[in-house]
Design a protein around this ligand. Structure first.
Ligand code: BTN
Length: 266
């Protein structure tokens, strides 16, 4: 993979580091942040030896079939609102992949991206006192996943039978992220994009289970969680804070914060 030259014209990209092999681009971006690197430092890895997922899971990225990168930003946003940048990223990636590959992905709130019922993109946001690192892993040209993952994960190749230029897709994603991030910084809320985000939301207007994160953490495969005994709610989409608005059986509205809960369609 050779980085596209137009990457260097994207306004919020101020520094680019490119590695053939790295433990985790998120770790490197956090290290840069702590050493005082500039806002907009981008770390791209062709392969990762210790890719990290959410909730302490690992992210399989030892081959060069995917796109693995992290961007470190220093937004002037209250710490409790930094998680909104993750939703901005999910929308930016959805829009770029859909236009670049002519597919229809859906977002599993808050930030996983699915295609054909399986996970295509993972986003891991890690925040410090004066920075946020957004790590993105996209399964692009993977031909097959191991037994454990094959029911859960997919790639653009497996869904469309075409191979894609990773550098061009990276360029497209960062351009789109730059544009949405600039808009987000004007208001620090998501009202400018909630409608568009909701259009990608896989569970919009559907009944869902809300699963306490404690329960989800115990399972390496969250789809095995026993939902017996859990109540269902109806999903109405996100609000300007990125909270998921849910209506319970009594008609009462609940505003669910992403840190506490994960969800599953009924
Ligand atoms: C998840 O699905 O749980 C999040 C996966 C995030 C993976 C990306 S790949 C680039 C960056 N570096 C990491 O170690 N993780 C993120």
């Amino acid at each position: 993979m050779k980085l596209s030259s137009s990457l260097f014209n994207i306004p919020f990209v101020n520094n680019v580091l490119f590695y053939d092999t790295i433990d985790s681009t998120n770790n490197k971006a956090k290290e840069l942040a702590k050493r005082g690197s500039v806002d907009g430092s981008l770390v791209v890895g062709i392969k990762q030896t210790a890719g990290k997922g959410r909730l302490g899971r690992s992210f399989d990225s030892q081959d060069d079939d995917g796109l693995y990168f992290s961007i470190m930003l220093r937004p002037d946003v209250a710490t409790e609102h930094l998680s909104r940048v993750t939703l901005v990223t999910a929308l930016a990636i959805s829009k770029s992949i859909n236009s670049f590959c002519n597919v229809r992905t859906s977002i599993k709130w808050p930030n996983d991206i699915y295609l054909g019922g399986k996970k295509l993109v993972g986003i891991l946001t890690e925040a410090g006192p004066d920075y946020v690192v957004i790590g993105i892993g996209v399964n692009i040209n993977t031909k097959r996943f191991n037994n454990e993952l094959s029911d859960l994960a997919t790639s653009l190749y497996l869904e469309t039978h075409k191979e894609y230029d990773k550098a061009k897709l990276l360029d497209r994603i960062l351009q789109q992220l730059n544009d949405l991030y600039e808009m987000f910084l004007k208001s620090n809320d998501l009202s400018f994009m909630s409608g568009e985000y909701n259009n990608y939301l896989g569970v919009l207007n559907k009944d869902i289970y809300l699963i306490p994160q404690q329960l989800s953490l115990k399972m390496s495969n969250p789809s095995l969680i026993d939902t017996n005994g859990l109540d269902t709610v109806h999903c109405l989409g996100i609000n300007e804070n990125g909270d998921l608005i849910c209506r319970d059986k009594l008609g009462e509205l609940h505003y669910v914060n992403s840190g506490e809960i994960s969800l599953r369609p009924v």
